[in-house]
Design a protein around this ligand. Structure first.
Ligand code: TRP
Length: 451
């Protein structure tokens, strides 16, 4: 059977935007931005997307379009020695990320449902926190994790055109329309002006004083939000039939993803400021607790909450399918399994791997720290070194295809990838490993000792 391709250029861009826009923009970005001081973080992150993220997307695109393969097969075809086996890393990373991503996405489904059936009524933060505890861990969390994985498997089983392309044509415009509507509503809230000041007035003093923390956090956020480091963009580019302008497509994808993240800030911060909650007082659960408490206290909060949580659920779905597609395309290309059984089997395995996270959130730290702090960064480093130093001519040749007047772009790109980008990623990796060791010997060891 011939390998599938995208039906349209728009289909490819929407699929890639759908992959990029997800929990990273909506759930992770606001609490990380809050944690690192609002505007200072925003500026550093924007710089990273442009200077590191954009060249790194192109690295994945050229590999994918050149080989028309899944990441494992692509590296086996292009590389020799250890390089030919490096693609395995992406399969491992995909399993780990999707397993906890699905659990968190399940929380959003659950919160949407709570809004529909009961509304958000808990203004007292300790009660809102008790609700979060009951949603995020235990049988409920397992059930919603299973539900979300079923949706993901269903779309991937339907194929590249009928599954991914069709669904993102509905989901991505829906996400954008809902988000613009929410941000417009946010501007009418009492807290809006204080929120904008916090979010938008750059404070270079804060950046200078805290750069050792802000820098790696911004780098990691840039990779995660652009879906880089595990071969998603390799896989999606492998379904490109013709030669299009990869640089233009990468630019469009990075721009839309960034606009979405910035817009989310225009929703979340006014909502929080309007009920007097300081952003950034911590962690993955805080956004649920503080937002439900805020939705309970502002006019129209119930509808606002349903639309917000529902939108995040859709955004998470259009991202999660890209992760499963990497694993499934590997089984189809390399092992010869048919699409439907491949999707079902991988989906079941990912579900099982995610169950511990749904039972106790300590595993969220264990999985997320490993995937996002180490595996993704390592994956990006390998790809960047591979294209920059092992197959640079092939990379440049592939980039030039479809660009009418390339100028010096291909040469500039290779050099940016070879040195500055590779060095920044290496530094992030070292910091990520250090943080993870701290977590294992600190928080996780305490948790184990208390068993
Ligand atoms: N980019 C998505 C988000 O922001 C998550 C995601 C999808 C991802 N595919 C990925 C992250 C691959 C890393 C690697 O939510």
């Amino acid at each position: 059977m011939a390998r599938e391709t995208w039906a349209t250029r728009m289909g490819f861009i929407l699929a890639a935007v759908g992959s990029a826009v997800g929990l990273g923009n909506v759930w992770r970005f606001p609490f990380i931005t809050g944690q690192y001081g609002g505007s200072s973080f925003l500026i550093t992150y924007l710089a990273f997307v442009a200077l590191v993220g954009f060249p790194a997307i192109l690295v994945e695109f050229v590999i994918g379009r050149r080989t028309e393969r899944n990441p494992v097969g692509a590296l086996r075809e292009l590389g020799s020695g250890v390089w030919s086996r490096a693609g395995w890393l992406f399969v491992v990373t995909g399993f780990v990320i999707l397993s906890y991503y699905s659990v968190v996405a399940g929380w959003f489904l659950r919160y949407t449902l709570i809004g529909i059936t009961e509304g958000y009524t808990l203004t007292d933060p300790s009660e809102a926190n008790a609700l979060y505890q009951s949603v995020s861990a235990g049988l409920d969390a397992v059930v919603f994790h299973a539900l979300f994985m079923l949706l993901v498997v269903g779309i991937i089983a339907a194929g590249v055109r009928r599954g991914i392309e069709l669904s993102v044509k509905v989901m991505v415009p829906a996400i954008l329309v809902l988000l613009v509507g929410l941000a417009a509503y946010g501007s009418t809230l009492d807290g809006a002006s204080a929120a904008y000041a916090y979010y938008l007035s750059p404070d270079f003093g804060t950046i200078a004083a805290n750069w050792t923390e802000i820098l790696p956090a911004a780098a990691g956020q840039a990779f995660f939000t652009l879906s880089l480091g595990m071969g998603v963009m390799i896989t999606y580019a492998s379904y490109l039939g013709e030669d299009r302008n990869l640089a233009a497509d990468a630019g469009a994808i990075a721009t839309i993803d960034t606009l979405v993240a910035v817009l989310v800030g225009f929703v979340v911060f006014p909502v929080l400021f309007s009920v007097g909650i300081e952003p950034g007082t911590g962690g993955p659960g805080a956004i649920f607790v503080s937002l439900t408490a805020a939705f309970a206290g502002i006019p129209g909060g119930r509808v606002l909450g349903i639309v917000f949580f529902g939108m995040v659920g859709i955004a998470a779905l259009s991202s999660a399918i890209s992760i499963l597609e990497v694993l499934v395309s590997y089984l189809i290309d390399e092992v010869g399994v048919a699409r439907v059984p491949a999707a079902a089997a991988v989906g079941a395995a990912v579900f099982l791997l995610g169950v511990p996270v749904a039972v106790d959130t300590i595993f969220l730290g264990l999985y997320d720290g490993l995937a996002y702090g180490i595996l993704l960064v390592l994956g990006s480093l390998l790809l960047v070194l591979f294209v920059g130093w092992v197959v640079p001519d092939l990379g440049r040749e592939e980039l030039r295809k479809g660009i009418a007047d390339v100028g010096g772009l291909d040469v500039a790109w290779i050099w940016v990838v070879r040195l500055p980008v590779a060095i920044v990623i290496l530094v992030s990796l070292i910091l990520g490993v250090t943080d993870y060791v701290d977590f294992l010997t600190g928080g996780f060891a305490d948790w184990l000792a208390a068993r």
